[in-house]
Design a protein around this ligand. Structure first.
Ligand code: 9MR
Length: 394
């Protein structure tokens, strides 16, 4: 049940909370959609564009967001034996990594790949977030996060800490605490000084997803109480807690040029001018098949020119299910495009996929009828996308 609740929370930055089932031919998804995301019996929520999904008659072959393909015929697989992290380091990157999550640690076949030298870095998908680490004020729980750190240490990986200040997965004692600006400043500082410091964590997403798509700040308890000052407050606290960790701001929708990317660049300029510690920008990179921004590389360069490094932090490329051979080939091309763009820029230092297998991807439970976003399939078999990554790193 907790997991389900958490998954619903995942909708917040992208779509919105589901209510009842949508009617036949009704809207059931899309950016900013706040209504139902599942359909009445006999209809399937079918992706049309990033802005619109519609309940269309079920064909009997769609997966309904289970993440399991029912396409007929053999699908192509990846054939490369290249080792991702080794290749990444051979071209000067710090790492190639994957997100992971604690419930997956009992899956021995999954763990064999996660712990292999394929990946030099891991990001906890949930276990270092505020609700996991400080569920009640000044009561800290590191069990789940420590389990991730242990795996990293045992398998010689670095960790990206994710994340410290975010409106989502935020306990209500913070979001509804009624704190004054001074009190909330202390709350942020106390959270960060207690959570930050583990030496295996060499980079932190100190601030996560601060901007709306129009470049305005998200209206959450942090912004509403402190204005944009919550950002320097958090970054300064993080630097005090760990002088060696890279301090990042992480967001989606900034991967191509545009209003949101410009807002983030302006923020970086302001922080730099004010002497606030800011080392890196995370490009989440949750892409839609065939829609990788064409100016991804030049946009990475626009950030690195400001004196920060860029990390691709949550890469996946989703498609309408059931996947076809043609879609998987397009996905291979898209993964190669993303990886090549980072490879081409010295200060794009690392790439993380938002879990390496479709078996544990967040996509199907969030975008009905969408999935197959990762480089390994549900059965932990390499997809053509894996070969695309290898090509991008070669
Ligand atoms: O992968 C995470 C998923 O398991 C959680 O249910 C969800 C809750 O918000 O968060 C997911 O990770 C998100 C990340 O923390 C921030 N960027 C978007 C990711 C996908 O929603």
């Amino acid at each position: 049940m907790m997991k389900l609740m958490t998954s619903i929370a995942a909708l917040l930055p992208f779509v919105s909370i589901a209510t009842a089932q949508a009617a036949a031919y009704g809207q059931c998804g899309g950016t900013g959609w706040t209504g139902a995301t599942t359909c009445v019996a006999g209809y399937t929520c079918t992706y049309s564009s990033a802005y619109y999904s519609q309940c269309l008659p079920s064909t009997g072959s769609t997966s309904g967001g289970s993440g399991t393909s029912t396409a007929s015929g053999a699908l192509p697989t990846g054939t490369s034996t290249g080792v991702l992290n080794t290749l990444a380091q051979s071209i000067g990157k710090k790492y190639f990594g994957s997100a992971t999550d604690n419930p997956e640690f009992t899956d021995t076949a999954y763990m064999a790949i996660l712990e292999s030298s394929e990946f030099g870095q891991i990001t906890p998908g949930n276990s270092m977030k505020w609700d996991a680490t400080e569920p009640e004020q000044n009561t800290f729980t590191f069990t789940q996060g420590d389990a991730v750190v242990s795996i990293a240490k045992e398998s010689n990986k670095i960790v990206r800490g994710h994340n410290l200040v975010w409106q989502s997965q935020l306990p209500s004692w913070v979001s509804s605490g009624g704190f004054t600006a001074a009190e909330l400043t202390s709350v942020i500082q106390n959270h960060i000084s207690n959570v930050v410091g583990e030496k295996s964590v060499n980079a932190w997403d100190v601030v996560n997803e601060p901007f709306n798509s129009d470049g305005s700040y998200v209206s959450d308890v942090f912004y509403n109480t402190l204005g944009s000052d919550f950002i320097p407050i958090a970054l300064t606290a993080a630097r005090a807690a760990d002088p060696n960790a890279l301090l990042c701001i992480n967001d989606y929708g900034i991967e191509g040029s545009g209003t949101k990317s410009t807002a983030m660049q302006n923020l970086v300029k302001t922080l730099k001018a004010d002497g606030v510690p800011i080392d890196c920008i995370g490009f989440e990179s949750h892409f839609i098949l065939g829609e990788v921004p064409t100016d991804l590389q030049s946009n990475i360069e626009a950030f690195t020119a400001l004196g920060v490094v860029v990390m691709i932090t949550e890469l996946d490329i989703r498609m309408t299910l059931p996947e076809t051979a043609a879609q998987l080939e397009q996905q291979k091309t898209d993964y190669q495009t993303v990886v090549s763009a980072c490879a081409a820029v010295d200060d794009c230092v690392g790439i993380t996929v938002w879990d390496f297998t479709d078996k544990y991807s967040w996509v199907p439970s969030t975008f009905s009828g969408q999935g197959a976003a990762c480089p390994y399939d549900d059965n932990l078999i390499k997809k053509p996308a894996f070969d695309g990554i290898v090509a991008g790193l070669s």
